[in-house]
Write a protein that binds this ligand. Structure first.
Ligand SMILES: NC(=O)c1ccc[n+]([C@@H]2O[C@H](COP(=O)([O-])OP(=O)(O)OC[C@H]3O[C@@H](n4cnc5c(N)ncnc54)[C@H](OP(=O)(O)O)[C@@H]3O)[C@@H](O)[C@H]2O)c1
Length: 222
């Protein structure tokens, strides 16, 4: 059993559900956040069907604001186009907390071309909007929801960037609890590499007819 309660903002979507499925199994309490209570509770029902009966009570669904208020850790799984709006919505409830941002700055239709946001990265943008009382982690940009919702080993490591060392250590633990290897990849300025890699992996998937291209850090004994 993990002590922290995790709110997943946009947890009704694909990536959010995948992460919820994994963290529930690791013993966390998870709140699915949505702009609609009904949609959140529908997603909760779907997830309850996937997890063992003894952990079904560890999941709830609420509006994004209430979910953020109740949580210790807030996770953002929202398409880039709505990133700013959602950050503004949760900002008052995120003060003094950790926000893990999974957002990739994809700009459809050119999702297989790296596009760098004007301020450097989605994670830096999150830090700017949320302010200095919020610790931001960026992670999971290269892990597709299909892999998270499956039960096969995932052959992809996770680069974890964050406001400071302790926050990145928490990020690496959250990655490890999902069943993956996370690496402290430094400050939020470095997040653009992980964010940009997603477009490269989408391109590689298209070119080689795969759904699950990933990256591995090699040369380190752990
Ligand atoms: N899909 C993947 O495999 C994957 C992999 C790695 C990273 N990511 C990144 O993770 C993020 C989420 O991806 P996704 O595929 O999970 O997205 P998604 O399923 O398309 O959407 C996620 C949630 O965003 C909310 N949303 C939709 N329109 C909105 C709007 N106008 N304003 C505010 N919220 C809105 C919805 O929640 P409510 O309607 O319930 O509010 C929706 O369920 C993206 O930044 C993506 O690049 C995705």
């Amino acid at each position: 059993m993990r002590n922290e309660k995790i709110a997943i903002i946009g947890g009704t979507g694909k990536e959010g559900k995948g992460l919820a499925y994994r963290w529930l199994q690791a013993g966390y309490n998870v709140i699915i956040g949505s702009r609609s209570t009904e949609k959140a509770l529908q997603a909760v029902m779907g997830l309850k069907e996937l997890v063992p009966s003894e952990i079904k009570q560890n999941i709830d669904g609420k509006m994004n604001e209430a979910a953020s208020e109740e949580a210790d850790i807030i996770v953002i799984t929202i398409p880039f186009a709505f990133h700013r709006d959602i950050l503004e919505t949760i900002k008052p409830f995120a003060q003094g907390k950790v926000v893990l941002d999974v957002t990739v700055p994809l700009v459809p239709p050119k999702v297989s071309t790296v596009q760098i946001p004007y301020n450097g990265s989605a994670a830096l943008f999150a830090q700017d909007i949320l302010g200095e009382n919020v610790k931001v982690i960026s992670a999971f940009q290269n892990i597709s929801f299909e892999l998270l919702l499956g039960d096969k080993p995932i052959e992809c490591d996770v680069l974890v960037c964050g406001t400071d060392k302790a926050t990145r250590e928490l990020g690496v633990r959250l990655v490890s609890d999902v069943g993956l290897t996370g690496w402290d990849a430094g400050p939020l300025e470095n997040s653009i590499v992980a964010e940009g890699l997603t477009s490269v992996l989408i391109r590689i998937n298209k070119k080689y007819g795969s759904l699950s291209a990933g990256i591995r850090i090699t040369g380190i004994e752990k």
